[in-house]
Write a protein that binds this ligand. Structure first.
Ligand SMILES: Cc1cc2nc3c(=O)[nH]c(=O)nc-3n(C[C@H](O)[C@H](O)[C@H](O)COP(=O)(O)OP(=O)(O)OC[C@H]3O[C@@H](n4cnc5c(N)ncnc54)[C@H](O)[C@@H]3O)c2cc1C
Length: 481
């Protein structure tokens, strides 16, 4: 938000992107009235998180344990099996794309980072959205501002390696090797220059299909920035462990697909009726009994700048790609765009209208992302390098695979924060990046989260041994209010 407070809006240069964003979310806040469906378009009860006392206590303990103690524990190793049947897990897994084999430390970080939102978790309250898709609403204004400030974007250039001088216990980049439109080049780097390296990308090696073709997974050993990270990681023990994140595609992939409809008078009116949510104001809807574990989002329309009025766009994704669908007897990985959409229509309760809907469907674009959840893989301290490694003179790691204590990955904010930390530090600006919002240290937030997880308006302190100790304390007042 700091960054976007001075990036001019594309539509009204007197306004910042942050102003625009704030106004939109005040005017059209997200609040879901239908978070879960099942049985082909039947709304499910989503009023509570469905946690037992045992499950709530496991969450409380997770909050207390240190990251060092948790180490590379997976979510499945940490929680008891009943946890995975709760609404909490359905909401959590689908909102953030967590799989059971991912790091429980990342669950802890998310829980603490967004603890103030747990009360509204089932209704997605507090989730913010942009006017258009995030490229048009966030990236485009930023690129425009950077170009106006004479920043040069050199597209078609692939970095292949980075050379360092490690003398005097310092780390100084001396050269960048790259391929510029297939021509090998070397850029010499001086100590006074600054090199910021995005050492991994969740969209690396993404492939796309279309209406009639699946998106074929790319299992190539050429993993773009991950490969560069691998090359430099062997040069210094301070540069982290890329293999932890990018070695097991089957644990880090998912598929999403975007549906484009023209002159639709079935799908959008039906979904409005089913969910009670205006496009853009409902957020993610998860299909509880979908074998693919599929969810959809109806964003605000138009979703793209210049999208014609009679064109509508929606998005869906799934986490189980290698099992057969419930309507289409194929794995999601093998499905064409049309087949994925047919499976979705079945679960929405629109199977009988599929033929007519497909006649208004311009395209369905599946997108296979082999590394989309690689940042959630179990890790220990040191697997992610520090943003500015010890002794670095002119080099920083930025993005989702550099370490920022307390912050959580799979967010734009995390990448921006790493870049700010790198620039403030390496340019010796003497400025501090705003700390991560410490909501978990606010007693009001904690007590509210406890009440939500226990599904209680008031915590019956008299029934628990700790209650006596807390009698007449401020904490008791908060828990009982
Ligand atoms: C479907 C989806 C939904 C998301 N939803 C949200 C959300 O709701 N909220 C949120 O905050 N975040 C969300 N995210 C996450 C967010 O988009 C990312 O965390 C963020 O964009 C990462 O930015 P980055 O600059 O670190 O990396 P990237 O944007 O991945 O940039 C890495 C760049 O490096 C380039 N590159 C790779 N290899 C090389 C090479 N060898 N040489 C030169 N260049 C190279 C790539 O082309 C790419 O441009 C979502 C992401 C996806 C995919």
């Amino acid at each position: 938000m700091d960054l976007y407070s001075f990036i001019p809006s594309l539509t009204d240069p007197k306004h910042s992107v942050l102003d625009e964003f704030r106004e939109l979310n005040l005017k059209e806040p997200i609040e879901s009235h239908s978070r879960i469906v099942s049985h082909q378009g039947k709304k499910e009860d989503f009023s509570s998180l469905g946690l037992s006392t045992e499950n709530a206590m496991e969450l409380a303990k997770l909050h207390m344990l240190t990251e060092t103690k948790l180490g590379a524990t997976t979510i499945e190793e940490y929680f008891s099996p009943s946890f995975f049947k709760t609404n909490f897990w359905f909401f959590w897994a689908t909102m953030f794309a967590f799989e059971k084999w991912h790091s429980v430390v990342e669950v802890k970080r998310y829980m603490e980072r967004f603890m103030h939102l747990i009360g509204g978790l089932n209704r997605l309250k507090g989730i913010l959205h942009t006017e258009y898709n995030q490229y048009d609403s966030l990236i485009l204004p930023l690129i425009t501002w950077l170009k106006d400030n004479k920043v040069v974007f050199d597209l078609g250039t692939t970095v292949t390696d980075i050379d360092f001088d490690f003398s005097n216990e310092e780390k100084t980049v001396t050269a960048i090797h790259c391929k510029n439109h297939e021509k090998n080049e070397m850029i010499s780097v001086k100590k006074e220059d600054l090199v910021l390296f995005t050492n991994g990308s969740m969209t690396q090696n993404t492939t796309r299909g279309d209406m009639d073709h699946p998106a074929k997974i790319n299992r190539s050993d050429d993993k773009g920035c991950f490969s560069v990270w691998k090359k430099i990681a062997v040069k210094s023990s301070d540069f982290g462990h890329p293999e932890v994140f990018c070695s097991d595609i089957d644990k880090t992939k998912w598929l999403s697909f975007t549906v484009t409809l023209k002159d639709d008078d079935i799908v959008f009116p039906y979904l409005l009726d089913l969910t009670g949510d205006q496009p853009g104001m409902g957020g993610l809807v998860t299909i509880k009994d979908s074998s693919w574990f599929m969810s959809w989002v109806v964003p605000k329309q138009p979703h793209f700048i210049n999208q014609p009025d009679n064109v509508k766009v929606l998005w869906a994704y799934a986490l189980n790609l290698d099992v057969a669908g419930d309507c289409i007897p194929k794995t999601m990985s093998d499905c064409t765009g049309q087949e994925m959409f047919e499976e979705l229509l079945y679960h929405m309760g629109l199977q009988d209208k599929a033929a007519e809907i497909l006649s208004h469907t311009i395209n369905v674009i599946p997108s296979m992302m082999p590394y989309i959840t690689s940042q959630f893989m179990p890790r220990i301290a040191g697997d992610r390098p520090a943003v500015v490694p010890a002794g670095s003179q002119n080099f920083g790691f930025i993005g989702q695979y550099a370490e920022v204590p307390q912050d959580c990955v799979f967010t734009v904010e995390y990448s921006i924060r790493t870049a700010r930390v790198a620039v403030y530090d390496l340019m010796k600006l003497g400025k501090e990046v705003d700390p991560v919002y410490p909501s978990q240290y606010d007693l009001r937030v904690l007590t509210n989260a406890a009440k939500t997880c226990l599904n209680l308006d008031k915590v019956p302190l008299q029934d628990i041994p700790l209650g006596k100790l807390l009698q007449n304390t401020e904490l008791a007042a908060l828990l009982m209010s």
